[in-house]
Ligand binder design. Structure first.
Ligand code: NI
Length: 179
């Protein structure tokens, strides 16, 4: 069997109720082969479920890494992997319907910044800055929330969250989720 960074795996996506999703993820100190493998596996996992974004804690690793498949909403853009992302600037507001691979079957209108500028490190240890507008801003904001242990449902009003509480409880109790 082939091993190493070029052997990809589809990882199990953790769902609402799993404590790793409530962790404030730790900064990555060194971009070694294990981080590169994790990032490749995350992209593979994302592709396998047709998702837009995924964070390391969503696959059980509480590290500050996220992956976004930009081809899902922008043409000819390669997948994005950001390590230790930080928000530099946010502007404006937008409201649109959002979902999450860790909360299957639930969608809700969420307020996010209209524009978001973030910085971080890529897999080549280069500092990168990304400016997102519209969907990209929404996705970046959603993924950074995950790394801080937050879900999009945490951004809803308490009434909205209460209306979803039965469904959220069902996800918490469900063992296997199929997409
Ligand atoms: Ni999510």
């Amino acid at each position: 069997m082939k091993r190493g960074v070029d052997y990809f795996m589809v990882l199990k996506i953790r769902t609402y109720g799993d404590p790793v999703l409530r962790e404030k993820c730790k900064k990555v100190e060194k971009i070694d082969d294990s981080i590169k493998k994790l990032a490749s596996d995350m992209l593979e996992t994302l592709k396998s479920v047709g998702g837009v974004g995924l964070t390391a804690n969503q696959v059980g690793e509480p590290k500050r890494v996220f992956a976004v498949d930009r081809s899902r909403f922008l043409l000819d853009e390669p997948p994005l992997v950001v390590i230790n992302p930080e928000i530099v600037e946010k502007k404006g507001k937008q409201i649109a319907e959002e979902g999450c691979l860790s909360i299957p079957g639930i969608w809700a209108d969420v307020t996010r910044p209209l524009k978001l500028k973030i910085k971080g490190i890529d897999l080549d240890e280069k500092e990168i800055e990304i400016e997102g507008e519209g969907i990209l801003s929404r996705v970046l904001s959603h993924e950074i929330d995950h790394l801080n242990g937050l879900f999009f449902v945490d951004r809803l009003s308490s009434i909205e969250k209460r209306l979803l509480s039965k469904k959220l409880k069902q996800i918490t109790q469900k063992k296997d989720i199929t997409y």
